[in-house]
Ligand binder design. Sequence first.
Ligand code: NAI
Ligand code: 15L
Length: 269
Amino acid sequence: MPAPRTVLLTGAAGGLGTLMRSLLPEYGYTLRLFDVRPVEGEPDAITADLADRDALREAVRGVDAVLHLAGISLEAPFEKILRSNVEGTYHLYEAARQEGVPRIVFASSNHAVGFTPAPRAGEPLIPVDTPRRPDTFYGLSKSFGEDLAQLYWDKHGLETVSVRIGSCFPEPTSVRMLSVWMSPADGARLFHAALTAEEVGHTVVYGSSANTRLWWDLTSARALGYEPRDDSEPYAGKLVAEQGELDPENPAHSHLGGHFVNDPPIWPH
Ligand code: NAI
Ligand code: 15L
């Protein structure tokens, strides 16, 4: 697709949104910002909830693509997840469909497949078509988002790249993150590839750097033109010395989703 010029960035006030606000303009994008919270230093950002259909419709009008990061980013009571991640993502897709936006890059998560056992040494990497195994209501909402994206591609021709992000933070802070880390610079590379690749239909990719201890297969991400340049391994010595190697008998160490697999559900509603 022709390189998008104007991209709506939802979740612009969040951690990843803040990183991408500084990194993506280098790729030539003009970002239109959207978040329920004000975006510091950005008076033109749209401050609105994903529940506000009119605001969303106006926000997507005329953009070339959407990078959809807004939502609850951790486990939370089901009703909150339902409102922001399920209904909110639906409202975004409807606004995009109505305004003819051709592509969305959707921040899915490793927690859509979090109950998948991590590969042990010598076992194959986890493919993108592994059955979904959400580890939380949060992961379930990302699984929904991927299905919603498929529906809008099949029924309306609206393209999506669903990026099952591992952990995108400036540095890995746990031994698990050595396997799932995506450096912010690689995050920008991957989102740029997802925004510009030709004919993606609905493509699901994992989002991480080229980590020595990688758990999943980056083939579908590389097929978009993504070339990760970072590896978490330089952080391994310090993290392993502090935390020890992962214990294969501990479910929070032996599944993709880490501690999300055995954190109790958040009740009551
Ligand atoms: P974050 O929690 O720092 O940012 C999310 C932003 O979305 C916040 O600024 C929040 O105000 C906004 N938001 C939440 N509900 C909203 C609503 N109803 N209407 C409008 N805005 C709303 O999360 P982070 O880390 O920046 O993650 C961004 C996205 O990437 C999230 O969708 C998250 O699930 C996904 N993701 C992030 C990963 C990471 O490593 N940072 C890993 C996997 C997925
Ligand atoms: C996510 O989906 C979260 O949004 C992020 O805060 C991290 O917890 C990340 O997954 C992870 O699995 O480390």
